[in-house]
Design a protein around this ligand. Structure first.
Ligand SMILES: C[S@@+](CC[C@H](N)C(=O)[O-])C[C@H]1O[C@@H](n2cnc3c(N)ncnc32)[C@H](O)[C@@H]1O
Length: 262
């Protein structure tokens, strides 16, 4: 037995080094972080706990947030996602940039592409001026159901409406069915391969006016290179990049603001 001790020591040290390396990569490397958080960790925890990550976020909000206080709900979601498990909300760091850019836009009609649990919509609801409205589109019925409960608990239902369905189906209905003339601000935060087609759809449907602000999340991680190429290469947009980090991590990410000129 004693003869094996050096081998066991080397093995334990190697495993420990692999663990440290993996931990570092999850913190700083985009693909590893996303694979770990959204595939391995999420699926394993769902199996053990018998409910989805989104339901666990809702439970935490109901137990720790203050009914009718949107800020307390946002803070609860951030606490859960920093301390317990990662989730794909825009997060506190990029969220502060979202708040600032939306505030500067002085928007009356806001569209969000990708609601998830309603975190970013709740942030935006707090910045909106009286009488302004936010429409947020979500095609996953389970996520839309969680977001509805989050909005009800936070007391923002008078400002925020969830439109259930895909962006490609709902955007063309915005004028006639949802009484939108033009949009003042659009937050793009759905699947990244839809950023360009949906931007073009917004243009074709006449929903953008001179000065409409598009703000796109995750343009660096997981990345939206076609979107950056499209808006930066077009004379119709004025672009500004806001460097930041992937939600609840040290991985590099950023938001892109593209202001429609005409
Ligand atoms: C990154 S999450 C949104 C996070 C949310 N904006 C936040 O910060 O709290 C992306 C969401 O977009 C939804 N989604 C993706 N593609 C979509 C599409 N084409 N139409 C509608 N919803 C979509 C997904 O189901 C998911 O809930």
């Amino acid at each position: 037995m004693l003869a094996y001790l050096p081998t066991l020591g080397v093995l334990s040290a190697s495993l420990f080094l692999v663990f440290l390396l993996l931990r570092r990569m999850v913190r700083t490397h985009s693909a590893t972080a996303i694979f770990w958080h959204t595939v391995l960790q999420e699926k394993m925890t769902n199996l053990v706990k018998g409910k989805s990550r989104e339901s666990r976020i809702l439970d935490f909000v109901l137990q720790n947030g203050v009914r009718g206080d949107a800020k307390s709900v946002v803070d609860s979601i951030d606490k859960y996602c920093r301390e317990q498990e990662w989730a794909m909300n825009v997060g506190d760091e990029k969220g502060a940039i979202l708040d600032k850019v939306l505030e500067e836009a002085n928007a009356s009609t806001v569209l969000e592409l990708g609601t998830y649990c309603g975190y970013s919509a709740l942030r935006m609801a707090q910045v909106l001026k009286p009488g302004a409205r936010l429409l947020t589109i979500e095609f996953n019925p389970a996520n839309a159901n969680i977001a509805k409960q989050v909005f009800h608990f936070a007391g923002v239902e008078d400002k925020v409406s969830i439109l259930e369905g895909s962006t490609e189906d709902i955007i063309p209905q915005l004028k006639k069915k949802h009484d939108v003339d033009t949009l003042d601000f659009v937050f793009l935060d759905h699947w990244k391969d839809r950023y360009v087609p949906d931007t073009k759809l917004l243009e074709e449907c006449g929903l953008l006016r001179k000065g409409t602000v598009l703000l796109a999340d995750n343009v660096i991680s997981p990345g939206a290179p076609e979107f950056l190429q499209y808006v930066r290469g077009s004379s119709r947009y004025d672009c500004t990049h806001y460097p930041s980090h992937l939600e609840y991590s040290e991985v590099e990410d950023g938001l892109e603001k593209a202001v429609f000129k005409s």
